[in-house]
Design a protein around this ligand. Structure first.
Ligand SMILES: [Zn+2]
Length: 356
């Protein structure tokens, strides 16, 4: 056993597991066989998954196990509901104290507090340039969380979390573009096994790339941003405005399922809205594909439930509007159906964010 291993055992970070010896294969002397594993309920962290619909705070341990969770729903889709940084940090602190208290921990036991959300976020510096959640712009969120709680903090773009997880699920793809289609539109660009980021670790964003200057008004103030066609709010809103009684007064997932059912019945309105979303995706992806020469696209998130029709439209757009016209090849458009991918990625990233 090495010195480091012995130290980790002494500190309770790892533990020995009984390995039952098979009687048919008696041990032939030498060092005893031991299996080491990370000790559960050690090195706790808090990770917050925050969307326009809810905030979900999770107490996790170093084995990526969720020990306890707290959820609160809200509606931040309207700009007037956006939170101030102070209110958000207060909430993080209150949830943190609650989750710790319920589990015989105190804030100083927590290794790190992470927040995953959408928006232009600098993951290395903790700066938030803008996010639909906040009325404030250009502030340092991690510094504010650390000042309030005394705990180290990090922020992640949700699409980055999902790309991190997808990398492990699809090890055969060294380079791919992951598109997270949910309450917002996220993108992760992986090149030669590296998730690429901008200055200060800024996650790439396609939400406010213009598709049409005459398109719908976006909350950012511009018209025809990719988000105004691609989020489930955009899709459900368009269908509800044209045919108010088509969709059930139910959860977002149930409403999306209903649209899928309508698509199988060749409902013209639903087909129009989803095909348009596919064209917008094709428009944005054609530029990324032409710039980076990436051949694999992996769609994920609730809206990827329309994968067959989206793929048809993306393929059609790419064949006419990318360097594939020069015979550069063709794209593989895949779908990862697990909507939990981004959340699992956040848990892993949280535990990779601190040194034991
Ligand atoms: Zn916009």
């Amino acid at each position: 056993m090495t010195k480091i291993t012995q130290q980790l055992l002494n500190d309770g970070i790892i533990e020995e597991v009984d390995v039952t010896q098979s009687s048919s294969q008696p041990r032939s002397g030498g060092r005893p066989q031991t299996l080491l594993q990370l000790t559960p309920r050690v090195n706790h962290s808090l990770c917050f998954y925050v969307s326009t619909e809810n905030i979900c705070g999770n107490l996790i341990d170093q084995t990526n196990t969720i020990i306890d969770a707290y959820q609160q729903t809200w509606d931040l889709t309207q700009p007037e509901n956006a939170l101030s940084v102070e209110r958000f940090v207060d909430l993080i602190k209150n949830i943190a104290i609650q989750l710790c208290g319920r589990n015989q921990l105190v804030l100083t036991d927590i290794k790190i507090i992470t927040v995953a959300t959408q928006g232009k976020l600098a993951q290395a510096s903790g700066n938030v340039f803008y996010s639909q959640l906040f009325k404030d712009k250009h502030f340092n969120l991690t510094a504010a969380i650390t000042a309030a709680t005394g705990v180290e903090s990090k922020i992640f773009n949700i699409a980055y979390c999902s790309s991190h997880r997808i990398q492990q699920l699809y090890p055969q793809h060294d380079s791919f573009i992951a598109v997270l289609l949910g309450y917002g539109v996220g993108v992760g660009i992986v090149i030669d096994k590296q998730i690429i980021l901008g200055p200060e670790g800024t996650a790439p964003e396609i939400s406010h790339v213009t598709y049409s200057e005459h398109g719908p008004l976006c909350y950012c103030g511009a018209r025809g941003c990719a988000e105004t066609y691609l989020t489930y709010h955009a899709i459900l809103g368009k269908i509800a405005r044209s045919e108010p009684r088509l969709l059930p007064d139910d959860s977002i997932m149930k409403q999306l399922e209903q649209i899928n059912l309508e698509l199988s019945r060749h409902n013209t309105l639903c087909e129009q809205v989803i095909r348009e979303a596919g064209r917008v995706l094709g428009h944005v992806l054609s530029q990324l594909i032409t710039i980076f020469n990436i051949k694999t696209i992996i769609l994920n998130g609730e809206v990827s439930v329309f994968y067959p029709l989206l793929k048809e439209e993306i393929d059609a757009y790419l064949s006419g509007h990318s360097d594939y016209r020069y015979g550069a090849g063709s794209t593989h458009i895949l779908r990862e159906p697990d909507d939990n991918v981004a959340f699992l990625g956040l848990i892993e990233l949280t535990n990779e964010s601190y040194l034991v």
